[in-house]
Design a protein around this ligand. Sequence first.
Ligand code: GDP
Length: 481
Amino acid sequence: TNVESKESETPTDKLIGGLLTADFDEGSCSSRYQKTSLYRKPSPYKPSEYLVSKLRKYEMLHKRCGPGTEAYKKATEHLVHDEYYGSNGECRYIVWIAGYGLGNQLLTLTSAFLYALLTERIILVDQRKDINDLLCEPFPGTSWLLPLDFPIVKQIDYGYNKEYSRCYGTMVNNHAINSTSIPPHLYLHNLHDSRDEDKMFFCQKDQSLIDKVPWLIIKSNVYFVPSLWFNPTFHTELVKLFPQKDNVFHHLARYLLHPTNQVWGMVTRYYHAHLSKVDETLGIQIRVFRQDAGYFQHVMDQVVGCTQREKLLPELATQEDSKFNISNTPKLKSVLVTSLYPEYSDNLKNMYWERPSSTGEIIQVYQPSGERVQQTDTKAHDQKALAEIYLLSLTDNIVTSARSTFGYVAYSLGGLKPWLLYQPTGDATPDPPCVRSKSMEPCYLTPPSHGCEADWGKNSGLIVPFVKHCEDIMYGGLKLY
Ligand code: GDP
């Protein structure tokens, strides 16, 4: 039959072109190998062979240095005694500290992992929030979870901030960098309020010390990947790893972020109930950034304006052409709306129920949850958020809200170039309501203002031809194109 021949033409590639290792048992984390079969079209973006081989090498390193190994034990001893004499330990680490909303976390986790790949460190993740209820282990035969008895956890929570004497940016400002004395650990403060000195830890000059430090602790809430190209050594390596440039997050996220069975159950049940058997799907993510966030008519108008103008949804028929003949097999389109507020999808649903569409298409609208308030670190809430991010990534076309990391993860994971809804000013509907992005990469919202050594003082949007300002924010912002 038709269906069979279609399937044999596009065999689902469960290892995603070698991106995934075959060394895991399937049942413990169904999403790992099942993921590709849910995508309506296979991703046209193939990982480079160089990336694949780098990942296999990384996995070996992680196994050698991970928790429970002799190397890990030795490395943590330096922390306990707070001394390090640079005995070229074979294993170096970057510890990712969980914080902020889920979209932020997934972006920074992936950024920190890429930095680890480039610098031959291994990444360990803070498991005290609910990461373990959200994501499976990504590396075979070892663990990426930072052991709960990690020696300096308390200090990290209370004392690691911009004032901390081992905060890297602060050390730069205080001229406290001394290449002969190498501390056992450094803190990288890479948040929205970071100074250029904090943000630019990846520059060549800075790496000469940082590279020797066995433990880096990073608190971050930004997608700092685009800035890594400013370091010429990284640049050479990155171009080999990602020759297509605008699919870094797409590949790394499919490698690293595998929802747990519980979350995956939510994704697949919803997918089969509402998205799999229709002619076309559209995802719309509506995030309202304002103190009194909720339902606003100008946002509703913006969503309808954008989707109709861009022909993602049909107009409604006028009175006259409602004397139509419904086709026996009308085209069916599912719209998946995600938002904290249920009113947006309710309105859209009613709109297409009460009046026919001008094209005769049948539009069905679904919204999995409407949680109203953000409840980060509450297990059930975060699981829904992750399930919805994944569901959005499975749609054929996607509309997301400007500057929302939740939306960034969804479109990038799906390999989709989104339509970005501009952030409204006051109660006005932006005109135009949205812009089609030229890239499927997330935006680095608060990047350094200029480049590294040779590019000091040069606007950071003008340093690398394919690292440019983002379309969805007024100024600043860097994105790979
Ligand atoms: P950002 O604030 O839009 O950049 O995205 P984050 O994911 O970092 O933080 C927003 C958090 O609010 C999410 O992680 C969810 O906890 C919650 N949230 C926001 N929008 C939605 C949504 O559409 N669906 C669900 N389930 N949760 C949402």
